[in-house]
Design a binder for this molecule. Structure first.
Ligand code: T46
Length: 142
């Protein structure tokens, strides 16, 4: 796995129970496998593969872990200093998106499904959707 260099991030690997021909069970428990209490779960599917681009924002306080539970996509993220791309394809390995990370999801494969667990309820006031505003926020966080 490519080393994560952006701050407020890192890989989260879920425990799995492999039942051979009966499939694989992957588990996430809040404050255990996921490093916060989970208040919200959402998923994204029906993507138009290479044409879809999502994200293009940062959060002021929200913590999330993003998973690709089917197919693959590229997560591009940026802490205002370091930028990197991670190919997401292992269903039990997510990426922690802490506060102050500009993130974009793109290059979705056919049948791609994203699953996200979040530390808080939806609040549009927590979003920074303008990149220049994000750079000011990231500079103030240093
Ligand atoms: C994020 C990335 C990884 C709600 O009403 N409730 C919700 O819980 C969510 C997630 C979204 N919405 C509304 C807000 C917008 O009107 O759904 C619409 C689309 O949301 P957005 O454009 O923010 O979707 P993405 O895929 O760009 O971003 C989502 C999350 O919103 C965001 O927090 O970090 O996934």
């Amino acid at each position: 796995m490519k080393k994560i260099i952006v701050k407020n991030s890192g890989y989260i690997e879920l425990p799995r129970v492999v039942d051979e021909r009966d499939g694989v069970l992957s588990i996430m428990e809040g404050n255990r496998d996921i490093p916060f209490e989970i208040k919200r779960v959402y998923y994204i599917n029906h993507l138009e593969n290479c044409h879809s681009v999502r994200g293009k924002h940062a959060h002021k306080t929200l913590k999330q872990v993003i998973f690709c539970i089917n197919g693959s996509f590229v997560l591009s993220f940026d802490d205002g200093t370091n930028t990197q791309d991670v190919l997401m394809w292992r269903d039990n390995v997510g990426v922690l998106l802490g506060p102050g990370l500009w993130h974009t999801m793109h290059s979705f494969s056919s049948g791609c499904i994203l699953l996200v667990v979040a530390s808080d309820y939806y609040d549009e006031a927590d979003y920074i959707r303008d990149y220049d505003e994000f750079m000011k926020f990231a500079g103030a966080m240093k």
